[in-house]
Write a protein that binds this ligand. Structure first.
Ligand SMILES: [Zn+2]
Length: 241
């Protein structure tokens, strides 16, 4: 390689771009899960509406049962009252009379519970209506948030495409062997292949570097690799000390 220092300079620029690309792609990868989570949350809200609707339906069925029951009692009362007139003995009359009283009591209890049930139904109807409105609002919110995520994805993809263009322009100037080594590490090390020494430590894994590695970096006649994390190392140009 002709000029190590120049190559490192180009790689530093490339790493800067690649770092951004890596972060953006990482953000992109999380987007489908974000959308999925929104859908999941929305589905749960739909379940709540369904539950209320089922409660209402059950109460309405119960009401129908009670109404039928009530009708039956009324019919029986009428039937027994008609029979009452045809009875011969006093004993039969008293028994029938008692029967009718019993039916009337049942009827009255049924009417009370029907009234209670109708209150329940009215309350459930209000709740169902409220849940329906909530659901519609949530549906709208889901759509808006999904659109927002899609727009973010598009923006990020455009940014990545721009950066990929930049990286292409930069990478043509990197030695082929060095570039392929750099790209291999980039893939294996989560978008960070080239790191500066920070003090006497590796800027990637933060392990303390042996003195001869630091010497080699400072000499700049070959590209040094960190023994701990296998990243490419360079000695930063300007140091404050
Ligand atoms: Zn390291």
């Amino acid at each position: 390689m002709e000029n190590i220092q120049e190559q490192i300079g180009i790689l530093v620029k490339l790493q800067e771009v690649d770092g951004q690309i890596y972060k953006l792609k990482d953000t992109l990868q999380k987007k489908p899960a974000e959308k999925e989570a929104l859908k999941e949350e929305f589905a749960q809200k739909g379940d709540r509406l369904k539950q209320r609707e089922e409660e209402l339906k059950a109460a309405q069925l119960k009401r129908k049962d009670k109404e039928l029951d009530l009708e039956g009692k009324e019919k029986d009362i009428k039937k027994y009252q008609a029979q009452l007139l045809q009875l011969k003995t006093n004993k039969e009359y008293v028994t029938m009379q008692r029967e009718i009283e019993g039916l009337k009591a049942d009827k009255s209890a049924l009417e009370d519970s029907l009234l209670e049930l109708m209150d329940v139904i009215d309350r459930l109807k209000v709740e169902v209506q409220k849940e329906k409105e909530n659901f519609a609002a949530e549906e709208k919110k889901l759509k808006e948030e999904t659109v927002k995520i899609d727009q973010e994805v598009k923006q990020i993809e455009e940014k990545v495409a721009g950066l990929e263009g930049q990286r292409g322009q930069i990478s043509v100037n990197v030695d082929k062997t060095l570039l392929s080594k750099y790209e291999r590490i980039l893939k294996a090390k989560e978008g960070l292949a080239l790191v500066p020494a920070v003090g006497e430590s590796c800027g990637g894994c933060h392990q303390t570097l042996p003195p001869q590695v630091i010497n080699e970096m400072q000499m700049k006649d070959r590209i040094v690799t960190c023994d701990f994390c296998a990243r490419l190392l360079y000695w930063p140009e300007q140091k404050d000390e």
